[in-house]
Design a protein around this ligand. Structure first.
Ligand code: AHM
Ligand code: MG
Length: 296
């Protein structure tokens, strides 16, 4: 059985990148342990105005602490913090972007949530997604699973007795028929409604949990599309380019899929600010191409 370390060696990762991916992936253990004592809301909001769950705050502080102590990272941009955290002493040039706990409205109902992370090696957390050196997410489902790409395909590992071992990969996203869309239907734009109707006519099967990372994981494996669209009142949508779209988009593209705002490949957009929001459509290549035709 190939371990995560063995895979990263075979993919030609530097020892620093391997150490960083290893360190982040192992934070799944304490985060999982923390679920039981962090079931409430914290009474605070993040910069996007979302209510923060206690586990959002706990995971953010926990991962930030581990990264700062490692001395491996010079910039950390987190969905749960208004400002980028800097460590001028770090000499490696890694910048980490993260959503420490995505899908946090599902914590109290014990549905699948996860941690999304992107790694740049240019000391700049506000880079476009295409410049990512690596992207990964840990899913806290029945198993703890790590999906990772270092720009050489996508691989999935499962955590067993403290070691990540290969479960699947290289993963190729098929042209499947799953779809899920966020936002209230009454607020959808005409073009978005047209796109969803076309999918439904084609035999699309609805799957939407409210956890982007978990919803994306099934699109990665089965194919289809996850959307959080622009709405009539919020043209920029809800989700964030830096913490959510870029790492997931990088993984989607590495698996043969695409990510778009309806018109442009999101991986080519330079973030204007840490909490830059964007409409998101991510999934199978053919469906995203159809979407872009409809949205034109
Ligand atoms: P979070 O990072 O605070 O959890 O917010 C992002 C989440 C996504 O995981 C999910 O797809 C979306 O927000 C769900 O929003 P809604 O409840 O409006 O459908
Ligand atoms: Mg999120």
């Amino acid at each position: 059985m190939t371990t995560l370390n063995e895979y990263l060696d075979s993919a030609g990762c530097s020892s620093e990148l391997k150490e960083l991916i290893g360190l982040i992936s192992m934070q799944a253990v304490p985060i999982r342990e923390a679920f039981i004592n962090n079931q409430s809301y914290s009474g605070t909001e993040n910069t996007s105005g979302d209510r923060q769950a206690a586990l959002d705050v706990w995971s953010d502080e926990h991962i930030t602490d581990a990264l700062m102590r490692s001395g491996l990272v010079s910039e950390i941009a987190s969905e749960e913090k208004p400002d980028i955290v800097r460590n001028p002493k770090a000499g490696t040039g890694f910048a980490v972007v993260m959503d420490p706990l995505d899908g946090s409205s599902l914590i109290q109902v014990n549905l699948c949530v996860g941690t999304i992370v992107g790694i740049y090696d240019n000391s700049n957390a506000l880079s476009m997604g295409r410049d990512l050196k690596a992207a990964m997410y840990m899913l806290y489902g029945p198993m703890t699973v790590l999906t990772v790409s270092v720009g050489k395909g996508v691989y999935i590992f499962a955590l067993k007795s403290g070691v990540y071992t290969l479960l699947d990969g290289p993963v190729k996203m098929p042209e499947g028929n799953l779809y899920g869309s966020g936002a209230l239907k009454k607020d959808w734009t005409e073009k978005h409604s047209e796109f969803i109707s076309a999918i439904e006519k084609d035999g699309g099967k609805l799957r939407y949990s409210g956890s982007f990372v978990a919803d994306f994981h099934q699109i990665l494996k089965y194919g289809g599309v996850y959307c959080y669209p622009a709405t009539k009142d919020k043209p920029e949508g809800k989700l964030r380019l830096v913490y959510e779209a870029n790492p997931i988009g990088f993984i989607a593209e590495q698996a043969g899929g695409l990510i778009s705002d309806g018109k442009n490949d999101l991986l080519d957009i330079v973030p204007q600010k840490p909490d830059h929001k964007t409409p998101i459509y991510v999934g199978s290549r053919g469906i995203i191409k159809d979407l872009e035709r409809i949205m034109k």
